[in-house]
Design a protein around this ligand. Structure first.
Ligand code: ATP
Ligand code: MG
Length: 878
């Protein structure tokens, strides 16, 4: 059975058990501060478990893209070394939201594995939660008894909290679980060692394939467990491991999920997979990581220097590094793999194939940048090699950390290079530096979040800000958040006009008013579906009725900018082409910023055209067509843009300004009519990342102010130039005049220099065999001083020339000697100029025949000629 069939059989099976089959949510998480990436199939459904939102269907099944490289579930360091942990993997899952429970879940799991997939029963083991007195949790007898009817009792193992009590993160839904493990070893091995003893013992052929979690609790921030309002089933089966089991392979990488990638990489590297363990690891790392990198980028997360973006960058760099070190890939290579992957996954995850060009560009650019950094790091290591040799052939911890921090060299890479050079690395010194940095960042970002205080349970917060600027409201829950120097409160209201920051639009500010008290709302943010009003203090009476009032004037400006962003998006596609896709945006009261995929600078003429199209739409005063709660499929039919990034169950809002022109999915606030935008003006175009451009623009009063500023500037220029028309012509003429004048000045100065040369030659006095010229001169540049000295050398023999000049307000001295004086008499211009420079409080040097000095004291120049005469006298007198 190939992997596509295995996946389909899973979905078909649960469809036959009345589950609704949905597609994977994007792997990148929006609007949840506790999670950057989906790390389990249940994560997109968190709100259903917590009771924040009703599930649209009580039974759901899907395959979900997951990533486990940060937070509670982090498998990154295992990946490549073992054969069954990945960064990105697919989790097959079936869910019951307050519907069926343990009996159905376990019986179906067994039926699917042993009857549909025909996995041999004598290779399967299951584990059951043994209970935990410290948390007051009892043994899961119910699960035990259900298993007993299907599987021999000696194959049911009891497990501790670590393995059999599943938690998504530090807080959130959780509960006891029962895992299914499979023993894939050969018969002789199985006869020799009982598989039972290898379960949960990191054996590569005795692995967990499926976990059935019975969600009953919610873990609070203070560590307490509280019962959830209803009981749910959450199951997760590792797709790649299942394929290994069904296809009878010994490694996930030997299945058809990974083989196309593995073979491609091996061919590129000119090696055979399976020949050399080190190279095999590198190949596995790359085959694994390219999946994580490609799908996160396709789902909207660009690599960057912080948060989720940094996680992607780190995975990418890990892949590059393994290729660089073990497979000799010195040029970008990862980006080439995306094509293989896109073809392979087009039928389940079409988002990659649809954005292939873009994803490739981003990856290639990142690879290029990192390879450059690697090279610089290697140079740095080379440059310091002598230092390392002097410190007992050791790369010190500080340098190792610098390499890690600035050049992205993990310790193992530094150690590897060190070994090649016969050096050691001070690993404990490195660890110390690392710890120090961690402490620094921990101190900077430590926040402490207390648990919610629930005032009104079961009240759902309702957003009414599309229609109203104020509303009556009650607080339904609140909590305190303490950061380093401040403490703030998060308040959730039963109904609110406050828009929470999302989709690029900033959060509203305003007031909660009750009687005489006005509590300022500093910002509004979202956490899943909760709207958090952020305040510096709590209202005196938390139970009171409030009037929630947004800053309506500010919101009106935001509306204009948001609608203008939609018009801009459409105009970009008209002018630049359909490859333009939104990559990010910011909509505030002051400005709008739109990032989009496009591979070249947007030319001025194109910008003018885009601006013109948008302003045409503004003048056409197109009315807003807003549709709320549209199911995704219907939205697609309407032709809405930006369909990536939505997950099943989201009912979307469709914003249309002219059904032929702009149809977008958007939760933001908009003008009722494009005419309200007033005027649209682009104020900047730039690059933000490989293949991503940014346009900044202003509207309405912002645009008016911007244009006024530009005009003021122009008027100021008019006034200075004293012309009303053809200003650019006037400036151009001025520049031409200036050039001509400069040329004249140059010629004049050269002529003067000629005259000066003659005058100086006449002033030469003879001292012994030497002709001495020591003079104060007037020159406008150091170049002329040099030219004069070299010209004099051509016309006067036995020359000792000493010139003192003030150039650009600074004193300068030049000494020029004829060659024979240097060679025969041992005279030295450098020494002489240093002696004379004392007069001007300065110093200098040069060659034996020509030297110059600068100084601080212009007044000292006067004394230089006399001093020069003395100096030459004394040299000649010996
Ligand atoms: P393990 O102990 O093997 O790391 P787990 O207990 O962390 O697994 P769960 O959180 O229960 O796994 O996830 C459910 C299923 O997802 C597992 O049974 C396994 O098949 C699969 N799985 C978990 N982590 C990974 C991973 N990093 N790569 C591939 N599959 C995984
Ligand atoms: Mg794990």
């Amino acid at each position: 059975m190939n992997s596509a069939e295995i996946r389909q059989k899973f979905l078909d099976f649960f469809a036959s058990k009345q589950h609704q089959i949905v597609s994977s949510a994007p792997i990148v998480v929006k609007d949840d501060p506790t999670l950057m990436f989906i790390n389990a199939g249940m994560a997109p459904f968190k709100d259903y478990f917590l009771g924040n939102k009703p599930a649209p269907n009580k039974r759901i099944a899907d395959t979900q893209k997951c990533l486990r490289v940060s937070g509670k579930h982090n498998d990154l360091e295992e990946v490549g070394y073992d054969t069954y942990h990945h960064t990105m993997f697919e989790m097959l899952g079936n869910w019951s939201f307050g519907d069926y429970f343990k009996k159905e879940a376990l019986e179906w799991a067994w039926e699917l594995l042993t009857e549909v997939y025909q996995l041999p029963k004598d290779r399967l083991y299951v584990s059951v939660f043994e209970g935990d007195p410290s948390e007051n949790l009892v043994k899961d007898q119910e699960a035990y008894d259900i298993w007993k009817t299907m599987i021999a009792e000696d194959r049911i193992l009891m497990g501790s909290k670590k393995d059999n009590f599943w938690e998504m993160g530090d807080t959130g839904p959780c509960g006891p679980c029962t895992e299914i493990h499979i023993d894939l070893r050969a018969d002789e091995e199985r006869a020799a060692v009982n598989g039972k003893d290898l379960v949960n013992n990191d054996h590569p052929q005795v692995v967990e394939i499926w976990n059935n979690v019975f969600m009953e609790f919610n873990r609070l921030a203070d560590g307490r467990l509280v019962k959830l309002p209803a009981q749910h089933v959450d199951t997760g089966m590792g797709f790649e491991r299942l394929c290994m089991a069904i296809q009878g392979k010994r490694s996930n990488y030997d299945t058809d999920v990974f083989q196309p990638l593995i073979q491609y990489i091996a061919k590129e590297a000119g090696v055979t997979y399976g020949d050399d363990e080190k190279k095999d690891i590198a190949i596995r790392v790359i085959a694994d990581h390219i999946r994580a990198i490609s799908f996160t980028i396709a789902d909207g997360q660009l690599p960057s220097n912080n948060k989720a973006g940094y996680v992607i960058r780190r995975i990418l760099r890990r892949a590059v590094r393994y290729g660089f070190t073990f497979l000799d890939f010195k040029k970008p290579f990862l980006y080439k793999l995306t094509e293989v992957l896109a073809e392979q996954t087009a039928h389940v995850f079409p988002e990659l194939k649809q954005q292939l060009g873009f994803v490739q560009r981003v990856i290639e650019e990142e690879e290029n940048a990192f390879l450059r950094t690697l090279e610089n790091g290697l140079k740095r290591l080379d440059a310091l090699e002598d230092t390392f040799k002097q410190q007992q052939n050791t790369i010190d911890g500080k340098t190792a950390f610098e390499l890690y921090d600035t050049f992205g060299f993990p310790l193992d890479l530094t150690a590897l290079i060190a070994r090649e050079k016969g050096l050691k690395v001070d690993e404990s010194g490195f660890a110390k530096e690392m710890e120090q940095q961690k402490n620094r960042s921990r101190n900077a970002s430590a926040t402490e979040q207390s648990d919610w205080v629930i005032l009104q349970p079961d009240v759902v917060n309702e957003f009414i800000g599309y229609d109203c600027d104020t509303s009556d409201a009650h607080i339904v829950r609140y909590r305190q958040v303490k950061a380093k120097n401040k403490s703030e409160y998060h308040l959730v209201l039963d109904r609110t006009p406050f828009y929470a920051e999302s989709g690029g639009q900033v959060g509203d500010i305003g007031y909660l008013v009750s009687g005489d008290e006005r509590v300022e709302v500093l910002d509004t943010k979202k956490e899943n579906d909760l709207i958090l009003h952020i305040t510096a203090k709590l209202p005196q009476n938390l139970e009171a009725g409030f009037s929630a009032e947004i800053d309506a004037e500010r919101r009106n400006l935001i509306r204009k900018n948001h609608s203008a962003t939609h018009l801009l998006h459409a105009a970009l596609r008209t002018v630049l082409g359909d490859h333009v896709q939104q990559r990010g945006s910011l909509v505030s009261e002051k400005v709008l910023r739109f990032d989009f995929s496009h591979f070249a600078k947007v030319e001025d003429a194109e910008l003018r055209q885009i601006e013109h199209i948008v302003n045409e739409r503004v003048r056409q005063a197109i009315p807003l067509d807003e549709r709320r709660n549209v199911p995704i499929d219907e939205a697609k039919e309407l032709g809405a843009m930006a369909l990536f990034g939505e997950k099943y169950g989201d009912f979307v809002r469709v914003i249309t300004f002219g059904s032929e022109y702009s149809v977008e999915l958007c939760g933001g606030t908009h003008v009722h009519n494009t005419g309200n935008i007033g005027y649209f003006k682009i104020i900047g175009e730039s690059s933000v990342a490989a293949g991503v451009r940014r346009i900044e623009a202003v509207t309405a009063t912002g645009a008016e102010e911007y244009m006024q500023q530009q005009l003021n500037e122009l008027n100021a220029v008019r006034e200075v130039l004293n012309t009303q028309s053809n200003i650019s012509g006037a400036v151009q003429k001025m520049q031409e005049d200036l050039k001509a004048l400069q040329k004249q000045l140059e010629q004049f100065e050269l002529k003067q220099l000629g005259t000066l040369k003659d005058t100086l030659a006449d002033k030469a006095q003879t001292i012994g065999e030497v002709k001495l010229i020591a003079e104060r001169v007037n020159l406008s540049s150091a170049d002329y001083l040099k030219k004069l000295a070299f010209d004099m050398r051509q016309v006067v023999e036995n020359l000792v020339l000493i010139l003192a000049a003030e150039i650009d307000g600074k004193p300068q001295i030049a000494v020029m000697l004829s060659d024979n004086l240097v060679q025969d008499k041992g005279m030295n211009a450098s020494q002489m100029v240093r002696e004379l420079a004392k007069e001007i409080k300065g110093g200098g040097g040069g060659q034996p025949f020509y030297a110059t000095a600068g100084g601080k004291d212009v007044a000292g120049l006067e004394a230089v000629p006399a001093k020069a005469q003395e100096l030459v006298q004394s040299i000649i007198n010996g």
